[in-house]
Design a protein around this ligand. Structure first.
Ligand code: DHB
Ligand code: FE
Length: 280
């Protein structure tokens, strides 16, 4: 049977991808940010997952503002890196896992979570930057990826509770897939940041630290945070953190934190990163 062995949460700031693509990771501004991912890359090399269910948000790239699914699962064979206005990132094509993706869609939809099914789309920085942070710059991504998109761009976003419960449904789906697969679930975005308006540049380290502290041990409390508190405390784009709760719900209740990194700033964003492992 397939099993979820662990997962990753990480910010997906587009400037991080640009720094990697343009060879700037060793500059003073970026060095401390990338230093926190050295251990992560070593961990990834040990784990060798077959598939990553990668929870991210599309930033009005694949879905534009004409169609805005709250939850969407990629059932395609492959996904190109999107052109977000300055050309496609020079990263490998993302290969999907249609069989597992359709199985998750079947199981989760029958468990009352309404997913949009996406056979064709390009994937933006929300998905490709986390892959770059965790795998570096290989010629091909070393595993399959199922894109799982969440609307946190246009009001109203799904609640943290809904996301956490959806994570449980994803766990049940993966664990009922008959093939012997090592699966990870990732949650991306965050941490505190606001990219527009009067509070542009907002960073709330106290909120972020408490979120990180409670993520492994007390996710129930985090699942109760109403969306307006994310906006108030973590900024208008801090709402991306609800996607971390899909990852947390998909992991075991007693999953353990094995790595943490927090760094300010990257662009206008507080970067947060956790690795959790399920018990064997
Ligand atoms: C930026 C964009 C994002 O999508 C994000 O999550 C953080 C920062 C930016 O444009 O700086
Ligand atoms: Fe984002």
């Amino acid at each position: 049977m397939a099993r979820i062995t662990g997962g990753v949460t990480t910010s997906h700031v587009p400037a991080i991808g640009a720094a990697m693509d343009l060879g700037k990771t060793d500059e003073d501004y970026w060095r401390p940010l990338f230093a926190g991912y050295e251990r992560s890359k070593a961990w990834m090399a040990e784990q060798e997952p077959d598939v990553i269910v990668l929870v991210y948000n599309d930033h009005a790239t694949a879905f534009s503002l004409e169609m805005i699914p709250t939850f969407a699962i990629g059932t395609g064979e492959r996904y190109e890196s999107a052109d977000e206005g300055w050309g496609r990132r020079p990263v490998p094509v993302v290969e999907g896992h249609p069989d597992l993706a359709w199985h998750i869609a079947q199981s989760v939809i029958q468990d009352d979570f309404d997913l949009t099914i996406v056979n064709e789309m390009d994937v933006d920085h929300g998905l490709t930057v986390p892959l770059s942070l965790m795998f570096g710059q290989p010629d091909a991504w070393p595993c399959k990826v199922i894109p799982f998109a969440v609307n946190v761009v246009v009001y109203p976003p799904p609640s943290g509770r809904r996301c956490y419960d959806l994570g449980h449904a994803i766990r049940k789906a993966v664990e009922s897939f008959p093939d012997d697969l090592n699966v990870q679930v990732w949650g991306t975005g965050g941490m505190s940041h606001q990219l527009q308006g009067e509070r542009v540049g907002l960073i709330n380290t106290e909120f972020d630290t408490e979120f990180l502290d409670r993520f492994a041990s007390d996710p129930e409390a985090l699942a109760s945070i109403p969306h307006i508190d994310y906006v108030r405390e973590a900024g208008s784009e801090g709402i991306e953190l609800v996607m971390w709760l899909i990852m947390r719900g998909a992991l075991a209740p007693d999953a353990k934190e094995v790595h943490r990194h927090y760094h300010v700033p990257a662009s206008n964003t507080a970067v947060g990163h956790l690795i959790l492992e399920n018990p064997r």
